[in-house]
Write a protein that binds this ligand. Sequence first.
Ligand code: DAK
Length: 259
Amino acid sequence: MGEFVTVLTDDHGVATIRLDRAPVNALNEQVWGEFGEAAAQCTEDADIRAVVLWGGPKVFAAGADIKYMKEVSYQEFFASGGGLQRAFEALARIPKVVIAAINGYALGGGCEWALTADFRYAADNAQLGQPEILLGIIPGAGGTQRLTRLVGVAKAKEIVYSGRFYSAEEARELGLVDCVHPADEVYDRAVETARQYAKGPYALRMAKKAIDEGIEMDLDSALRLETTLFTATFATEDARIGMQSFVDSGPGKAEFKQN
Ligand code: DAK
């Protein structure tokens, strides 16, 4: 358990990675270290089958701690070797379904934290953006890369160049969030969906790997990766369970063991 980042798992195999650093969940070096530990726990713990990222009911995260960051030199950031990117990379690589539940602000590094998830569920009061340009810097933990892959080049440029805040509804239109819920429901909705995925087959891991790693490759290599992972699903018990269940009882009734 970290001081600012905790992992709480419910009875359905859904872990919540909760950030709690008042007043606005600003990210400092300690937070990104704790994100890395939380990502490792969610990756390695077999009882965790899906994950929700949450900053609590008021604010998701207002970005890197500017009061800390303004004292950091080029040499110091260079020497620390991208600790935040490494933590976000570890979160993005969790081989389970991850959903960000966003209340309030998700700005800068906060928006980039949400970009490590498979899906973003926003509260109707959420505001998202990459305002780094207004500080004289650029996004440095996925806001020029994961964002671009998610919403496309032109929309990413608009978000990054303008530095403006987007309402939940605008963010949904841009493709930055997947759905918008009332603020007091968004976390529960994310958990509800995560519980559904938590019952899914081991093949969900293969699907995530095929999509996330495939998008970084040329098409031919990506299709080969897909073939390899498709074939690998036949080594799982879940594939036997899924196909036998279809033959016996029709579609969608299989109860998977996740192995
Ligand atoms: N850092 C530190 N303190 C912050 C903060 C932040 N990001 N955001 C807000 N605060 C503090 C405010 O200074 C204020 O503190 P006190 O004055 O009470 O001491 C308190 O939180 C409440 O803020 P406000 O009074 O401003 O409250 P409002 O409701 O009026 O506005 C706001 C809330 C979140 C809209 C506003 O504070 C705001 O615009 N905040 C800045 C958002 C921002 O620019 N975020 C991007 C930060 S840059 C890295 C890679 C990536 C990054 C860093 C490193 N490496 C590879 C190493 C990421 C960079 C960023 O995220």
